[in-house]
Design a protein around this ligand. Structure first.
Ligand code: 4NP
Length: 160
């Protein structure tokens, strides 16, 4: 079993998108019973809310339903519940590193795009919240590429 948690700021745009994309890829790969997938935010403005309506609309155009998801806060306890804590950007990494109780927890934190072999080092998933509709499409494109790389890593870890 491998457990992954995607983390952004609000848990209403980027990390729910990554969760939906990864869920789809894992199911397609026949690994649904071997991978736990979740998402959370480091900010508390939208707790309990479904994903942003723009995020949901963009995902739905690609056949992904995100309406059942609800925003939650990432907590220090989550480091023990997940093997990989996948941050969308460098500020998420900094927030997570401040919360990490020890070195083992810190070692679980990665930038999601570090799993995309075509992305430059340090590449981020850009925050679409205050931008135009194209930003939500870009988040999907970027998450699809990164999650394909993540799936390859997961397969290797599982020996599947
Ligand atoms: P997310 O986007 O971190 O991708 O969910 C944001 C959502 C809400 C806010 C910022 C970013 N906000 O400032 O409320």
């Amino acid at each position: 079993m491998i457990r992954v948690c995607f983390v952004c700021l609000g848990n209403i745009c980027r990390s729910p998108t990554a969760e939906g994309v990864m869920h789809h890829l894992v199911r397609e790969a026949g690994l649904a019973d071997r991978v736990v997938i979740d998402s959370a935010g480091t900010g508390d403005w939208h707790l309990g809310e479904p994903p942003d309506r723009r995020t949901q609309a963009a995902a739905r155009r690609r056949g992904l339903e995100l309406d059942h998801l609800r925003a939650r806060l990432f907590t220090a306890d989550d480091f023990a519940r997940f093997d990989l804590v996948l941050a969308m950007d460098a500020s998420n990494v900094a927030n997570l590193e401040r919360m990490a109780p020890d070195g083992a927890a810190r070692a679980r934190i990665r930038l999601l795009r570090s799993f995309d072999p075509t992305a430059p080092a340090g590449a981020e998933v850009p925050d679409p919240y205050y931008g135009g509709p194209g930003g939500f499409e870009e988040v999907l494109d970027v998450c699809e590429r990164a999650c394909r790389g993540l799936l390859a890593h997961v397969r290797a870890s599982l020996g599947a």
